[in-house]
Design a protein around this ligand. Structure first.
Ligand SMILES: CC(C)(COP(=O)(O)OP(=O)(O)OC[C@H]1O[C@@H](n2cnc3c(N)ncnc32)[C@H](O)[C@@H]1OP(=O)(O)O)[C@@H](O)C(=O)NCCC(=O)NCCS
Length: 310
C-alpha cells in the first residue's frame, strides 16, 4: 500500500474517540508521574501479581499463573514488568521466550491494570517497558493473542501499539474459567509486534486524533431488541476492507448470549477466510456513538507494511 494512502487511512481510522483537533498527540508521555515501571524482583511482588490476576479476571486458583512460574520466567529469559504506585503493584505484563518464523521471540501472555488506574496510559507504559527490555535481550518480534471481539484490546493493540494480525485460533484455550471469558469459545487473534520496525516506531511516537470513521463493509444491524447483530459479511476481493464488531461484547453477552455467539461465529468464519486469502489486519477504529469498533484489513505484503513510516 502506498504511503500516502496509509497516512490518509490512519487519519480516518482513529475517529470517534474524541472531538479533539486533527493534530497528532503523543502517547508516550507518562500521564501519572508517580507511577514507576520496573521488573519484579522480590517474592512479595510476585505474590502481589497472583492477587492482581485474581482481582482482574476473577480467576480460580487453578487459573492463576503462580509466583514460582513467574520467577522462573524472569530468571530464564522471560520478562515480568510491574507498574507501581509507591510500593503497591497496580499493573503488570509478563511473557516468556517463544519461537516463531524460525527465530526466538518474546511471547507475551498477560497484562492487567487495576480498574481504578485504567485509561491513564499505564498499560501503554507497561508495554513500552516490556518492549525495551525485549529489545535489550535481542528480540525483534513480540507475539501474543487477544479475543477479536474485545474492542478495548483491539484498539489498544492495533491503534496504539501498531501490531499486525494474520492468524486466527478458534477456541484456542477451550472453555475458560474466568469471569471475562465465561460462556464463550476462546477464539483468539495471533498478534505480531515487530519491535524495531519503522511502522511500530511511528505508531508509538504519535497517534492521530479524531476524524470520520470508516463505514464497516459488513454493516452490523440493530435487531428488534435493540441488540447489534452481524450484517452480511463483506465479500473478499477489495482491499482495504472494513469489518465492524460491537464496541462492548460483554454488554451484549449479558443481554443475550445467543447474539454474542452469533458474533463469535460470524467473526470466526469471516476472518479465517480473510486470512486464507492473504489479508492482514492492521488498524482498528472506535465509534462510541454507534457503539461500534471497525477493523481494517488489506491484502498487502507484511514486510512492506512494516517498513512504512506514517
Ligand atoms: C487492557 C488493559 C490492560 C488496559 O489498561 P489501561 O491502563 O487502561 O490502558 P491505557 O490507558 O494505556 O490504554 C487504554 C486505551 O483504550 C481506550 N479504551 C478504553 N475503553 C475502551 C473501549 N471499550 N473500547 C476501545 N477503547 C477503549 C482508552 O481510551 C485508552 O486509549 P487512549 O489512551 O487513546 O485514550 C486494562 O483495561 C485491563 O487490565 N483489562 C482487563 C485485563 C485484560 O483484558 N488484559 C489484556 C489481555 S491479557
Amino acid at each position: 500500500m502506498d504511503r500516502q494512502a496509509r497516512v490518509v487511512q490512519r487519519a480516518v481510522f482513529d475517529c470517534g474517540l474524541n472531538n479533539g483537533p486533527v493534530a497528532r498527540r503523543s502517547v508516550t508521555i507518562t500521564q501519572m508521574a508517580a507511577i514507576t515501571y520496573r521488573r519484579l524482583n522480590t517474592l512479595e511482588e510476585f505474590f502481589a501479581c497472583e492477587t492482581l490476576q485474581k482481582d482482574t479476571w476473577g480467576f480460580a486458583d487453578l487459573s492463576v499463573v503462580p509466583a514460582h512460574l513467574l520467577i522462573t520466567f524472569e530468571k530464564r529469559g522471560g520478562i515480568v514488568v510491574g507498574a507501581f504506585d509507591q510500593v503497591q503493584l497496580i499493573g503488570f505484563v509478563y511473557g516468556f521466550v517463544g519461537f516463531q518464523y524460525g527465530m526466538p521471540t518474546h511471547n507475551s501472555v498477560m497484562s492487567a491494570v487495576r480498574p481504578e488506574y485504567r485509561n491513564r496510559g499505564i498499560a501503554s507504559q507497561l508495554k513500552l517497558a516490556q518492549r525495551s527490555q525485549a529489545l535489550k535481550q535481542g528480540f525483534s518480534l513480540m507475539t501474543w493473542t487477544f479475543d477479536p471481539l474485545q474492542s478495548l484490546n483491539a484498539y489498544f493493540n492495533l491503534s496504539k501499539l501498531g501490531v499486525i494480525v494474520r492468524e486466527y485460533f478458534p477456541n484456542l484455550y477451550g472453555t475458560f474459567r474466568d469471569e471475562i471469558n465465561k460462556h464463550m469459545p476462546t477464539d483468539r487473534f495471533g498478534v505480531e509486534w515487530w519491535l524495531d520496525r519503522p511502522r511500530v516506531k511511528s505508531y508509538l511516537e504519535t497517534t492521530p486524533a479524531a476524524q470520520a470513521l470508516p463505514v464497516p463493509d459488513n454493516g452490523p444491524q440493530l435487531g428488534s431488541e435493540g441488540l447489534l447483530l452481524p450484517g452480511k459479511p463483506p465479500p473478499l476481493g477489495a482491499s482495504p476492507l472494513h469489518f465492524g464488531i460491537p464496541l462492548s461484547i460483554d454488554e451484549l453477552k449479558q443481554k443475550d448470549l445467543n447474539a454474542a455467539m452469533q458474533w463469535r461465529h460470524h467473526v470466526r468464519d469471516w476472518f479465517q477466510a480473510a486470512f486464507a486469502a492473504h489479508y492482514l489486519v492492521h488498524d482498528f477504529a472506535v465509534d462510541r456513538q454507534r457503539k461500534l469498533g471497525v477493523y481494517t484489513l488489506s491484502q498487502v505484503d507484511a514486510s512492506d507494511l512494516l517498513n512504512e513510516v506514517l
